[in-house]
Ligand binder design. Structure first.
Ligand SMILES: CC(C)(COP(=O)(O)OP(=O)(O)OC[C@H]1O[C@@H](n2cnc3c(N)ncnc32)[C@H](O)[C@@H]1OP(=O)(O)O)[C@@H](O)C(=O)NCCC(=O)NCCS
Length: 269
C-alpha cells in the first residue's frame, strides 16, 4: 500500500497512518497484475453511520472509472453492513475528488476549516462572554460532532489527526475534562486536564456547531485559557469571512486539511 500512496499524493499523510488504518478500519482495494492500484477505507461509526476516506487511485489509471467503481463497491459493502449514511471530507480545491463524489450521488453539505491557535488573554481579565459549565451533558448534544465523523486531535506540536467520534470516545473524553458552552449554546468545548502536547501544557478542544458566531466561540475559549498560552485546537466549521476573524485572533488553519474542506454526504437507504 505504501507504494501506491507514495505515487498518489506528494507527502501523503496516510503514509504515517497506513498500518493503523488496516488494523482498525475496513480497507478496500483494487488490483491489477497483483499490484494494488486503488484503495479506500470504510469506517463503521456505529448507529448506521459510515465514514469513508483515503481514496487513492494510481496516477496512470485515473479518469478510467476506477475511483467510481471502488466507491460503488464501498457503498455496496456499507449497505450490507446496515450503514444508511456515508460521509466524507474533501478539500475544496480537489476537483477530481469533488467530481467523483458528485457523480456517485454525494451532496456537499457544508464548508469547514480546521483551526488551531494560541490565545493568551490577559491574566484575570473578565471573560469576554459568559460560559456555562456543563457537568452533565447528554451524548446526543454532541450529535453534530458525530455528524462530522470526528474531530481533530493533536499528535505533536504541528500535526493533527482526525479522530472518529464514536459514542465511547466522546464519553471517555468528557470524563477527562470539562464541557462548557457559550450562552446560546453556540459553542461546546472540552477543556482537557493538563497534558504535555508539544510546546503546550494544555489543550482545549472546541467543537463548534455549524454557522455558530465564531467570534463568540473564540472569545469564550480564550476566556478560559487564563493567559497560560495553551493551545486551542478544534474543528471549527467556518465560512470565508469568519476565517479572517479567526486568523486575526491568532488562529491558524490546520495543516492537514488545507484551508477549506467540504463535508459530503450520501444517503444509502
Ligand atoms: C480523486 C480520484 C480518486 C478519482 O479517481 P478516478 O479513478 O480518476 O475517477 P473516475 O475515473 O472513476 O471518475 C469519476 C468521475 O469523476 C470525474 N473526474 C475524475 N477526475 C476528474 C478530473 N480530473 N477532472 C474532472 N472530472 C474528473 C470523472 O469524469 C467521472 O465522472 P463521470 O463518471 O460522470 O464520467 C483520483 O484522482 C486520485 O486518486 N486523486 C489523488 C488522491 C485524492 O485526491 N483522493 C481523494 C481524497 S478526498
Amino acid at each position: 500500500m505504501s507504494r501506491l500512496l507514495e505515487r498518489s499524493v506528494p507527502d501523503d499523510y496516510l503514509l504515517r497512518m497506513a498500518s493503523d488504518w488496516i488494523r482498525r478500519h475496513l480497507p478496500l482495494g483494487a488490483w491489477k497484475n497483483d499490484m494494488l492500484v486503488a484503495v479506500v477505507r470504510l469506517e463503521d461509526l456505529g448507529e448506521k453511520e459510515g465514514w469513508c476516506g483515503g481514496l487513492r487511485v494510481a496516477p496512470e489509471l485515473r479518469m478510467q472509472g476506477l475511483g467510481r467503481a471502488l466507491m460503488e463497491y464501498l457503498m455496496t459493502v456499507a449497505r450490507l453492513r446496515g450503514i444508511s449514511v456515508l460521509r466524507d471530507l474533501i478539500e475544496e480545491d480537489n476537483t477530481p475528488s469533488r467530481m467523483l463524489a458528485k457523480a456517485i450521488g454525494f451532496r456537499e453539505l457544508l464548508m469547514a476549516s480546521h483551526l488551531a491557535g494560541t490565545i493568551t488573554p490577559a491574566r484575570g481579565a473578565a471573560p469576554a462572554v459568559p460560559v456555562t459549565i456543563l457537568p452533565e451533558i447528554g451524548i446526543d448534544e454532541m450529535s453534530w460532532v458525530r455528524a462530522l465523523g470526528g474531530h481533530m486531535s493533536p499528535t505533536g506540536p504541528e500535526r493533527f489527526r482526525f479522530v472518529r467520534a464514536t459514542r465511547e470516545r466522546l464519553s471517555k473524553e468528557m470524563e477527562g475534562g470539562t464541557l462548557f458552552s457559550t450562552p446560546q449554546g453556540t459553542g461546546l468545548f472540552l477543556f482537557s486536564k493538563p497534558v504535555k502536547v508539544g510546546w503546550s501544557e494544555r489543550t482545549l478542544r472546541s467543537f463548534a456547531p455549524l454557522n455558530g458566531p465564531l467570534v463568540e466561540i473564540i472569545d469564550a475559549a480564550a476566556s478560559l485559557m487564563e493567559g497560560d498560552g495553551s493551545r486551542v485546537d478544534g474543528f471549527l466549521p467556518v465560512d470565508l469571512a469568519a476565517l479572517g476573524v479567526a486568523e486575526k485572533r491568532g488562529w491558524i488553519p490546520g495543516e492537514m486539511w488545507g484551508r477549506r474542506v467540504l463535508l459530503c454526504e450520501r444517503r444509502l437507504f
